[in-house]
Design a protein around this ligand. Sequence first.
Ligand code: SF4
Ligand code: SF4
Length: 301
Amino acid sequence: MIGPPSHIRLKVLKAVKRDRHRYDPLRVLGMSVSLGLLVAVPLSGLAQVDLWRGRHYLLYDMVPFKHGLAGVIIGIGLMYVVTFLSNVVAGRLFCGWGCPVGQVSRFGEVVDTPGLKPAKRRQAQIKGAAFSLLFVLSVMAWWVDLRVLWQGSALALAWSWGVLWIGVAGAYLHGRWWRWGFCKSACPIGLYYSFVSPASWYGVYFRNQQDTCIECDACDHVCPVDLKPRDLMAPVPARAGVSIADAPGRNHCLECGDCIRACEQMIKLRGQEPVPLLLGYHRGPQRIDKAANAPADQQGP
Ligand code: SF4
Ligand code: SF4
């Protein structure tokens, strides 16, 4: 069930997301690349196990089961390595912009946004279900030729449609109920992030040298994983799952940009530029206040 903090996030997000933002197409692009890669590997024959007809593939050739399985395991391992390397270079950027599980959570949030018109809520439900379907199909494609869904025997049809609908229901319900709690405490990719020190030159950073921060706390309210975006170097207590106590908040930051969007909106309303909260490459410390009297060469871009 959605608790009070999530409700606050949804209310603030609703206000913040009224206008289109440069992040909207970027997120669509990130998600398309991610899902596209996920589905391209098995459908192209680069690596696939076919539990239906036994036509396993590795490097575009039909191979025995154990070779197909090795290809699938290596493929999954390589994806893990890519997310690890992206973490070293740019923090948890993949979590915020390319992870389909995170996107399922976003669709779930739209459905639960307070005060939404019924037609918009239905639209959000359909979008969430359609995305869940695409996601589950792309995962299934690693393990079975998807033609089983219309060409299989009665038993194969029962199995494949059963797995498909259980998967879609699971993904959709995840987006409605578990949501970011999974990213915080159970994601097998995210779990090790508190152990790794992500790049210090990329991420969310706070520059308040001209006192433009109006202390509205909108950035805190929208953070899906309960961080303090203005001070991501501050240690946060250990979270559930495998994480170390007192790792800096930036180790847990999904780099989703929601806090940036909220901040930009608040600053725009006040007409009080520059925006103090930013996401991207930066020089100098992650947080600079006017009081800190930081030298000019440490100012962000
Ligand atoms: S600190 Fe900002 S970018 Fe990081 S997870 Fe929270 S809202 Fe997203
Ligand atoms: S949203 Fe921006 S202006 Fe508001 S508290 Fe956060 S950093 Fe300051």
